[in-house]
Write a protein that binds this ligand. Sequence first.
Ligand SMILES: *Cc1c(COP(=O)(O)O)cnc(C)c1O
Length: 454
Amino acid sequence: MEKIPYKIYLEEQEMPTQWYNVRADMKKKPAPLLNPETKKPVTLEELSHIFCAALAKQELDDQTPYIDIPEEIRNFYRMYRPSPLVRAYCLEEKLQTPAHIYYKFEGNNTSGSHKLNSAIAQAYYAKKQGLKGVTTETGAGQWGTALSMACSYFGLDCQVYMVKVSYEQKPFRREVMRTYGAKVTPSPSMLTEVGRRINAEFPGTTGSLGCAISEAVEAATTQEGYRYVLGSVLSQVLLHQSVIGLETQTALKKYGIKADTIIGCAGGGSNLGGLISPFAGEMLRGEADYEIIAVEPASCPSLTRGKYAYDFCDTGKVCPLAKMYTLGSGFIPSANHAGGLRYHGMSSVVSELYDQGLMTARSVEQTEVFKAATTFARVEGILPAPESSHAIKVAIDEALKCKETGEAKNIVFGLTGTGYFDMYAYQKFNDGQMSDYVPTDEELAKSLASLPTV
Ligand SMILES: *Cc1c(COP(=O)(O)O)cnc(C)c1O
């Protein structure tokens, strides 16, 4: 008889009271953000024009290991956290593997993903600073949804620039945001200078994440009482997402389980960074060892085929430069259905940990991902987001390897969200009409040729 329950729930009082900042334990720190004009490290003062002051401070803080989670944020977390760590008994049975598989499920809130963990923190600091509202971009819509929930909770105005193709193809996401009171504008729009410029240069363009970021930043810096917020990539976002890893660590400890392999999907790196932070911290301090695997789409392979270099975070080149694994800010990924994984770069924290050899990375093609998603849904019940299913795919691969070697490894992966708004993608897969696209070396060389010189 197994004594590990299907769902390891933590008590409310076991929820973390502090976020963990893995940068504090890194001997070699992630490279600083640079001012795009002077190419010098950005100052707190410069960053505070774009971000809320408290968040700008968190962004630049690579020394403080633990940062208190304000009580107001913990009160919101209490509505959907601690999130369960689930033992995937049915998946193990289906695969006939000796491995033990666990997943940390972050889809248990209306926004349907982990993004709410940072959205509520960012909205809180904006409110505390006395701002009127915030601006942001959203691709597939998960971040915009999470932020509109967070802003309505604190009574803040929320302006979302949504990549035009998603605005048109995902009307339900758009309407969820509007229901929570957000203003949603298709990007590129005619509301901003950069939007008008991009529309003139590329008539009929359906937009990109990088372009929507430029618009949102401009909207924040040209309106009194507004700041810009971002749902991934930034170090502050990884900090907030560390609640995922901290809870996972507590839950594993409670049952005396030692993880062997930890797997997360990687778009901008926030869920992966949040999940692995406390474990990477143990590795950095020489206390334990783990095999960490980042999983990205073969159509947007920043870690596995990108370059580790300073690059622009947005198309309009208004944001600070970040040193990261990147495909070049001009890289437009093919229409992969995992919208949340289509960013050209990777968090500088995840990039540096990867560069230091603390983790490995794999890229997977989307039809394989949907096959894994379907296998998972049929036995575990949860209909996973396409992004999350990248982690499922590699967890299954690893579990099948254990079947060959007979090892009873403990595999932990991040199940970042649900896929109810991705049913067109599932429909394509079910109809056998999904295809895979892998960029050629020539295509990557072309977008990488435009990296800035610093
Ligand atoms: C946004 C998103 C991701 C990818 O973003 P990261 O910052 O890399 O975590 C993964 N899964 C889901 C469900 C998302 O919404």
